[in-house]
Design a protein around this ligand. Structure first.
Ligand code: HEM
Length: 354
């Protein structure tokens, strides 16, 4: 009796060996889920390494990051990898989400895969939001101040949510303690469990075929597909390493809580929150909260709202909704960067001509 039989793993073991992945004109998009998984693991490894040096207090945080960059072996590269890879992860998760949306992979029996995916999207954005303040530089400080102000627009619970995140009236050491706890303990614990559920379900259910697509054949999961996936991971890692070495992630000046200053001109959230930030310039905060809550509910319930989900027919209305969402996000993000550049240019002119 082999160890596999002994542990009663014969059935899943044989199923994985027999697994095949369909080949068709869109099958390249299947690699996005695996790439997200790789980047998620890279975040955990680099994050744990950073933890060996990082100190989560307003007095020591910035200095500990400076020390890590200057003194720890490969400290600067590991920090840069962690930050660049976090951004790559968000981009890949968006690509993965929209590709599974357009391929209609959310349809039965994969509704729960889609649902766990939505939870993962929120968790990944949560990681970025909570990690942003940790280096305690001025940009991070002011961006977190804006970010923790926005929930106040939520009716009834807004102030409580903002207070829960900040731990005090303003962004202080209490906020740093809370965001640090969420970033290194709460979110990783939940994320590891949800990633495991998401990936296990896709392994058991196999890859979905987009409706109306003709299969060009099948690829064996082991070894061909896994080898292809490994090449994608290696290329991704090599590119990240090159970027991390050539463009170290910036660390702005430390923020001093005892000498409060005004936010610098053009301070703004990270690129993936820019479309939300820009929306707030056109509509009142409460309207934005209502609008995005409805969009989010619609997006979460897509597997149940798509009335053609039980058939092998396309659903162009849903495809157009996806295209409209992407175009809207790109347009708002572009407008947001244009207005940030304008604000910065105005501020520079004011400094030049006192
Ligand atoms: C950290 C985030 C995520 C990781 C690590 C991850 C990982 C994976 C992996 C490894 C697969 C199997 C390979 C593939 O088909 O691409 C997969 C499939 C899938 N994922 Fe994700 N995913 C994440 C986020 C999301 C999000 C945000 C959504 C959508 C809301 C989503 C929806 C799906 C669906 C519907 C499938 C089934 C695809 C099929 O069977 O053809 N995932 N995911």
């Amino acid at each position: 009796m082999t160890l596999i039989d002994h542990l009663h793993l014969r059935e899943p073991y044989d199923a994985i060996l027999a697994k095949v992945v369909p080949r068709h004109r869109s099958s390249i998009w299947y690699y996005m889920g695996g790439l997200a998984l790789f980047l998620f693991c890279l975040q955990i490894v680099t994050g744990v390494l950073l933890l060996f040096y990082y100190q989560p207090t307003p007095e020591a945080a910035h200095q500990s990051v400076e020390m890590l960059i200057a003194k720890a072996p490969f400290g600067g590269v590991i920090r840069s990898l962690h930050s660049w890879s976090a951004n790559a992860l968000i981009a890949v998760v968006f690509l993965h989400m929209f590709s599974t949306f357009f391929m209609k992979s959310y349809r039965s029996p994969r509704q729960i895969v889609w649902l766990t995916g939505i939870v993962l999207l929120l968790l990944m954005l949560g990681f970025c939001f909570t990690g942003y303040l940790l280096p305690w530089d001025s940009t991070a400080y002011f961006a977190t101040r804006i970010g923790t102000e926005i929930p106040k627009a939520i009716p009834f619970f807004g102030d409580a949510i903002s207070g829960l995140l900040r731990g005090s009236k303003n962004v202080t050491g209490a906020t740093l303690t809370r965001l640090f706890g969420l970033h290194v303990a709460v979110l990783p614990l939940i994320a590891v469990l949800v990633v495991a559920a998401h990936v296990t379900m896709t392994a058991l259910l196999g890859s979905a075929m987009p409706p109306g697509t003709v299969a060009k054949g099948k690829t064996r999961f082991i070894p061909q597909y896994v080898l292809g996936e490994s090449i994608v991971w290696l290329i991704g890692f090599a590119l990240l390493l090159i970027v991390a070495v050539l463009h170290p992630w910036e660390l702005g000046p430390a923020y001093d809580l005892t000498k409060p200053t005004e936010p610098p001109a053009g301070v703004h959230p990270e690129w993936y929150f820019m479309f939300l930030y820009q929306s707030l310039k056109y509509i009142p905060e409460w309207a934005a909260v209502v609008f995005y809550t409805l969009v989010f509910i619609f997006w979460t319930l897509v597997p149940w709202l798509d009335r053609r989900a039980g058939t092998n027919r396309k659903s162009p209305l849903f495809t157009w909704c996806g295209i409209a969402a992407i175009l809207g996000m790109i347009a708002l993000t572009t407008l947001a960067y244009i207005s940030v550049a304008d604000e910065q240019a105005k501020a520079e002119k004011t400094v030049e001509s006192p």
